[in-house]
Design a protein around this ligand. Sequence first.
Ligand code: ATP
Length: 223
Amino acid sequence: MSTMARKKTFAVIGLGRFGTSVLNELIELDNEVLAIDINDERVNEVSNIASHSIICDTTDEDALVNIGIKNIDHVVVAIGDNVQASILTSLILKELNVEEITVKAQNDYHERVLKKIGITDIIHPEQDMGKRIARRISSRFISDTLELSKKYSLVELKATDKIINKKLIELNLRNKLGINIVALKRNDDILIPEADDYIKENDIIIIVGSNFSIEKFEKYLIS
Ligand code: ATP
């Protein structure tokens, strides 16, 4: 009996800017990806990149079954403007028992309907990117941020004089401010720091904490 794991397969439905970007990255990461769109021009544009590309109206259940969607492990629904098509496609995928489904939501109403039909991985790329950029440009130190939940974030910050040439143990940020330094970026390398390691000039520190703690930490960096 073979114990070799089969490679996970993906499909991207809707080849607008977002869907195409997901497709490109999945391919870059060496995955097998089926690209699907109702529009033949969009399908042609990605035919050289995708592992397979198919013209299909994904609101047609028979058509979806015929292209073998049931053999796909993870389907990304990136139909944007046509909310109705996105909802119907998601419903069919759910009924066909596709294991993992990620859907791009266009608005609140769209998200609510998706939740009702049992979609759990709902994404809002525009809002998320907007928040991320706003946080980066409104802070003197934050160079990137990733929301982990409503309350917690992972943030990259530039080290300031306040913490440069200090040991992590000496800074005691976890106890003092509820901040965990999970990694340091130093000259393009990522280091997982030990308690005895020093923060150096030009380090970018990667921290995890509540948004409240992170705000306090930002103030601490210039205090
Ligand atoms: P983005 O912001 O990602 O660029 P966009 O405006 O380019 O979005 P939309 O036109 O909203 O993207 O939709 C993405 C794609 O979904 C389009 O290429 C469209 O042809 C495709 N699409 C719409 N309805 C269906 C459907 N029923 N079946 C398959 N694909 C569809």
